[in-house]
Design a protein around this ligand. Structure first.
Ligand code: IMP
Length: 218
């Protein structure tokens, strides 16, 4: 059994399509660290949750990155959704020339054990790596996995990223959750898509596909 650590049942609904009955919601609200990237936030959450759970955990940390605002709200998306609301995020973006944005997610897995070696991101020059990530992003695929092992005592965590490009639009659609009504991909907002349609193109779907493939070998 795999614990999906979240207070958001929408995320678990999307994960079930990839992990069937294997995945259960673990409603645990861990304190999030503040960081400008999603990876460290998700990794920290996975370690915290693993200590509280009775088995393997995944944490999904997502964010909306709006190009006109240099990636804002990014890792602060939850705070902005709660304080400002998605309608006003749309109205802030509307006067800008560029409405392009991306949704990104990082899934962090922790089961208290180490993992078989994966391509070591630490071994690649940072500039070169940025180029690789960008190339993946431009293909629209953008999934990569990383093993993060911090200090001696830190639990190993494996990360899986997903990204989807889109546009910020006036709210449309009744489905999904969060920013889905104002995030349009190929002419349709995520809130106008079924779970299967969203999974087929979304940041989370891409990360889950990569994760479930790896997890099946575990
Ligand atoms: P978190 O990953 O749960 O911290 O989510 C960060 C913010 O992004 C919250 O405001 C969520 O509602 C929103 N969010 C996360 N995933 C999605 C998604 O797939 N669609 C729309 N909004 C999302």
């Amino acid at each position: 059994m795999l614990n999906f650590v979240t207070t958001n049942p929408g995320k678990v609904r999307e994960a079930t399509a990839y992990l069937d009955d294997e995945v259960v919601q673990f409603d645990f609200d861990y304190p999030e660290i503040q960081a400008d990237e999603l990876g460290p936030v998700a990794a920290h959450g996975a370690r915290e949750a693993y200590r509280a759970a009775d088995g393997p955990v995944i944490v999904d940390d997502a964010g909306l990155f709006i190009d006109a605002f240099d990636g804002f709200p990014g890792p602060y998306s939850s705070y902005v959704e709660n304080r400002v609301g998605i309608e006003r995020v749309w109205r802030l973006t509307e006067p800008e020339d560029d409405h392009s944005a991306a949704f990104k997610t990082v899934i962090a897995y922790c089961d208290g054990e180490g993992f078989a070696a994966t391509p070591d991101p630490g071994g690649i020059d940072r500039e070169e790596r940025r180029g690789q990530d960008l190339a993946a992003d431009e293909r629209g695929g953008a999934t990569m996995d990383t093993q993060v092992q911090g200090d001696e005592d830190a639990l190993p965590v494996k990360l899986f990223e997903g990204r989807v490009p889109g546009e910020i639009v006036a709210p449309r659609g009744e489905g999904g959750f969060g920013y889905d009504p104002i995030f349009e991909h190929d002419g349709t907002t995520f809130a106008e898509m079924s779970t299967d349609e969203k999974n087929a193109v979304s940041h989370r779907g891409r990360a889950l596909a990569k994760f479930s493939e790896w997890y099946a070998t575990r």
